[in-house]
Design a protein around this ligand. Structure first.
Ligand code: FES
Length: 140
């Protein structure tokens, strides 16, 4: 896991913590660099997001990386992609269906409000409200 990589002290808040090749616990890349989306704007077309997948975007309100996930039951959820421990950008682990922080190994469960499955983080990722309008997933 990320904690064994010894990257902790080098991670600055809001940084993606260096090259993704050595910080991908489950094969995912840090969720940054997506298009900026403000309130009332479309994040993605619902039909284009398969269950068990993630779409990175930038929350226009905060200017920070965020992620839209389609859960296994077909519902959508969105969260800040900024780890609540020290501010690294989390990655989506498709094989485990979790959000994982490459810096110190925190794991969040997108199926249940991004609650912490593994520390050192103690708080869930902040949720970003979304709704489905027709075939569009809109940031509320
Ligand atoms: S920044 Fe430390 S676990 Fe995420």
């Amino acid at each position: 896991m990320g904690a064994a990589l010894g990257l902790g002290a080098a991670c600055a808040p809001l940084a993606s913590c260096g090259g993704s090749a050595e910080v991908e616990p489950g094969g995912g890349k840090p969720l940054d660099g997506g298009p900026e989306v403000g309130e009332g704007e479309t994040i993605a077309e619902a039909s284009g997001v398969k269950p068990g997948s993630a779409v990175p975007f930038t929350d226009a309100g905060s200017g920070e990386p965020a992620v839209l996930l389609r859960l296994e039951d077909g519902e959508f959820a969105a969260y800040s992609a900024i780890c609540t421990h020290m501010g690294c950008v989390v990655a989506y682990d498709r094989s485990e269906d979790t959000l994982e922080c490459p810096c110190h190994g925190s794991i969040f469960d997108p199926q249940s409000g991004a609650e912490v499955l593994n520390g050192p983080a103690t708080r869930p990722l902040p949720e970003i409200p979304v709704k489905v309008e027709g075939d569009k997933v809109v940031r509320v």
